[in-house]
Design a protein around this ligand. Sequence first.
Ligand code: SF4
Length: 292
Amino acid sequence: MAILSFEELINKCENENKKIYEIALEEESKIQDETFDVIKIRTLETLLAMKDAIKSGLLSNEKSISNWCGDDCEKLQKGYQTKGSILGKIFEKITTYALATAEENLRMGRIVACPTAGSCGIVPSVIIAVAEEKNISETEQLNGLITAGLTGLIVSNKVQLAGAVAGCQAECGVASAMAAAALTQMMGGDNNEIIQATSLALKNILGLTCDPVCGLVEVPCIKRNAFLAIHAVTASELALCGVESKIPLDEIVDTLKITGQLMSPLLKETSQGGLAKTKTAIELEKKLFNNK
Ligand code: SF4
């Protein structure tokens, strides 16, 4: 029987005296009907695919067909090299890796949808950048990744993870919550701290709309990956210091679903409202179609 709520997950962890990643491994083993070893190998393959996407993205400045996006990762790399950054190396790596991956997606490169292609830069950038800078072992990265996976799975039991269903809160927002869970695990957080980090990340993106210009997963999607990767780190930092969400995680997930239902269809991937209907977006759309 699948775990359907975070309350159930925590009870199971407490009753069996296990960490969330251990329960996640058991869950995946059941879902895929495979041994723990096979699940670990598949998780490693996923992590390696994430690393490959970052590597490719760091080397390319190829623009998308629209010519709107594709070189922001390069700008970041150059900018950080020459001017540095306000918050230092981990911030630089997270934002650069998030853009590298999201830009690979717009070039139709190979990425890991986690949970979706539009939000593909958030989980990898946080796990891989922090692991590199903090010398976190591959085993711990995998424990973080599988923790993130179960987090996304439990949310998806209640809400379809698609901008067309519940807005970007269900894509980049959930990705940020997954990244917060992964990071908190990797930094040695206990089960409650992992749940709190997830709660804080998810709670603070409720209402995020999906309004891609011209229906392309480019504006605002690409740069949003960098923003919500950092959002995940904020949630994890707070949780690791003992800050807790007053609203329990399951209720936040319910709220995400209800907020998605209340959201106008104009703001759910139809490109009929929000940023997609600004004066500039309409001009961009006209130019794009006239040129193609
Ligand atoms: S704005 Fe919409 S299309 Fe873009 S990443 Fe978010 S949910 Fe996906």
